[in-house]
Design a protein around this ligand. Structure first.
Ligand code: GLP
Length: 243
């Protein structure tokens, strides 16, 4: 546990930077939790020797978890726009090296299958970064969700559309009704998983994820069965932890 969101971001950025040197692609997440994480990564990146930055740019490979269906890459509310703004631009990465599902594909289910095949061809995820939804979702794996659910297009819950309404002028009805997400199967196949949880609003759901037996009712609870999972939280999200 770290004291606050800034300290969590700094810890996660350090881990991400090490994972950039890995053989397998990074698994990336979007959302408010990740904004300070990517800002901290950009700071460290700027301090690297020029040669190392060039080498890391040339070798960059990442796959995002999810994307809204119906939003084009050019839409500022898309996760493509988020990752370009918070990661590709500050690190001067070639956006083509940052993969996401195409939210504007005419057949989203076929796009999910194409994306899963592209990830498999790249060897699967090395380090998988995850945020936590207020209803226990990871990526957009809404409850109920089996541990072997694969990359797919699915309807978003009312709870999730409310949680993410901020980016849509505060109106949940404007949040897309569907998304494409990597499944728990692809997430659990990562070499290593980092679940990042900050803020008091996540305390109840985090406690349930850690204390309840793994089940589809809480998709994030499946993560605890992974051999190399780390849950990193700030004091606000885990107030019951001593020290
Ligand atoms: C969203 C995204 C997730 C994200 C999570 C937490 O709906 N699909 O990838 O990690 O929910 O979001 P936030 O960090 O904004 O609380």
């Amino acid at each position: 546990m770290e004291a606050d969101a800034v300290a969590v971001a700094s810890w996660v950025a350090e881990r991400l930077l090490r994972a950039c040197h890995g053989r397998r692609p990074l698994g990336l997440a979007t959302g408010r939790t990740m904004e300070p994480v990517y800002a901290a990564l950009a700071e460290r990146w700027a301090a690297l020797p020029d040669g190392e930055r060039v080498a890391l740019r040339q070798g960059w490979q990442s796959f995002n978890l999810d994307e809204y269906v119906g939003l084009a890459a050019s839409d500022p509310r898309s996760f493509r726009a988020f990752i370009d703004q918070h990661l590709a631009a500050p690190l001067a990465l070639d956006p083509a090296r940052l993969k996401l599902p195409d939210g504007a594909a005419t057949d989203p289910q076929a796009e999910a299958a194409r994306y899963a095949a592209e990830l498999a061809a790249a060897g699967g995820v090395g380090l998988q970064l995850l945020g936590l939804g207020l209803n226990g979702h990871v990526g957009f794996n809404e409850p109920p969700c089996a541990a072997d659910a694969r990359c797919r297009c699915l309807p978003l819950s009312e709870a999730t559309r409310r949680q993410n309404a901020g980016a849509f002028g505060g109106d949940p009805a404007l949040v897309p009704e569907r998304a494409i997400t990597l499944g728990l199967a692809e997430i659990l196949a990562a070499e290593e998983i980092l679940l990042v949880v900050t803020g008091a609003a996540k305390a109840d759901i985090l406690r349930r994820v850690l204390e309840e037996p793994p089940s589809g009712a809480l998709p994030a609870s499946w993560l605890l069965q992974h051999r190399a999972v780390t849950v990193i939280a700030d004091r606000a999200a885990a107030p019951w932890v001593q020290g």
